[in-house]
Design a protein around this ligand. Structure first.
Ligand SMILES: [Zn+2]
Ligand SMILES: [Zn+2]
Length: 99
């Protein structure tokens, strides 16, 4: 990872802002990370992932997938254009390239 973000510590309360108590070591109640992600997208980018990408300089001319591979710890499928987190690439390979 190339991130300069500070290390975050879970606080025992769900970070989506719903005030639920969560177990030690978790930031979110189950599924609330997705809710928070969608909420942030709504607040900042009109719920448009295209706007989000464009804001950060990505799009059809600058691949966010390539950036994820070079800087985000993602891997590329050796057999096709698929890219994802290592576990995702393993699942993908099993599903699409087995046998
Ligand atoms: Zn929550
Ligand atoms: Zn593939």
């Amino acid at each position: 990872m190339s991130t300069n973000e500070p290390r975050l510590i879970p606080t025992g309360t769900c970070w989506c802002g719903c005030n639920s108590s969560v177990g030690l070591g978790s930031f979110f109640a189950r599924g609330h990370d997705k809710t928070a992600e969608a909420a942030l997208l709504a607040v900042l980018y009109d719920s448009s992932v295209a706007r989000l990408l464009h804001h950060h300089g990505y799009g059809p001319d600058k691949s966010v997938l390539d950036a994820a591979v070079s800087e985000g710890g993602w891997e590329e499928c050796p057999r096709c254009e698929y890219a994802g987190a290592p576990a995702s690439v393993r699942n993908h390979t099993r599903k699409y390239h087995s046998g």
